[in-house]
Ligand binder design. Sequence first.
Ligand code: MN
Length: 507
Amino acid sequence: MSSFRDDAPPSSQAQGVVEELGWPISSTRPLSAKSWGSFTNLLEQATSLSQTMPSDAMQAMAKYRIAVENIANTIVERTADPLEGAFIEESFAYKRLKGACFVGHVKTDLDSVAGAIGAANLFDGLACRSEDNLNGEITYVLNEVANVDVPPLFDTTAGAGVPDENGERRSVCLVDHNEPKQMVPSLAKDMGRIIGCIDHHALAEGFTSSKPLLIDIRPWGSMSTIITHLYIRLSAPISKSIARLLMCAILSDTLALRSVTTTDADRFAVALLAKLGEIESPDTVAKQMFKNKTRWICNLGPYAMVRGDQKDFSVDGWKMGISVLEVTDTAPVLAIADLLLLELRILKKEKGDRSGRENDVTAQLDFAFLFVVDVVKQCSVLLVCGGREYALASKAFPGCEFRIAKEGMVKAPGTTIELNQTLCNVGGMVSRKAQFVPSLSQPLAAGFTCHRTRVTDPAYKQGASGALLDRVLSNRQAEVRVSSESLQLERDVKVAESALYDQKQPA
Ligand SMILES: [Mn+2]
């Protein structure tokens, strides 16, 4: 069945597994329809590599070595003399992205920023960042790996958020998101400007348009993989700097190609970009990236740690918020687990905050979860901030061990959860999109009930601690301020804590 095996030279058995899999693609012969046929066989054989190679990035490099060398060599010639396919793509499909403004999602990440820069470079456009603060991973990669400028802020940049000297604003192409909730707020109110979307997320219900858009959404592990693919399809040269930037973004989104969201497209792109970026060990770069991100995350303080990478989901009328912290070491995060649990409780309430007016309980969350992902060991723990969360987590992660989130904690967060239920070890799960959300959604979709009804239910009643916490928050007794010492966002936790924890067990 496999022409790869039938045609294999007899000596191939003696060669290394990588060499064997590479045959008959040659780094000197140009790729042809025939050799791409063998490439398909090569992909089918790929699983046999997993036991023999030390890391996923090394596997990818080995697996695609010959194909990568081939493309790296020919891509320069193709720039001068584009393939017909590239000519057609550029003339017809992608012409409308020329000169556009490219911008990623708020609560931004490396994939969003790198993808915007990569796309703007490809289409002669303007890359913008969606918000002011960039995490430690983004600044590390921009400044120290890729050596590119930090893109300007969308809202204050001429041609992006404000008109340029000719009074004009560019068309916008979204990268790495399509949900209005994740757009720069000024853009979400002005979606008519959007002419394109390059993304790797599920299509959101709220994403509509009055005119047809150019949409390139692929089920790959990173949006920057799609941008890499576009460079190749359009026969465009990939500079060392852009190659490094895109490679880092793919490593970031796929946790160094180890997340379940990783596809062969991502592995191939990393192998190619490492070659073009002259990076010998993507793993070493990834480790540095994750270390910089961890240091940055742990310096944020509990308020920002809970809100930095937080998304809301709704299943069968239940509303849950899921925060994720990806770190190389979970110890410094769990050392402040008590404060994180408190912030999760406050976050649920905060969603109903109507600046000064009475809290809109129906806009609150039913559940708030925080997953602490260990990107080195590729496993996660879940912080469980209350009785509802415990009820759902114990159904969503059956058989997983629950324990106390922080040794020495003395008060459980609420009257319907015990101290030894405040952390759940969910094991080898690491992906919000592919694992956390589906696991938590499943029981909700299957008729979940607990001691409370949905917050949107007219019959919903908060518990005593919830009601008191509401009052504390609306009286601004635990307001968030910038600490003059640490420059972290901080609040008077004592008053919030006593509202939450000092309630008598209901009779
Ligand atoms: Mn992404």
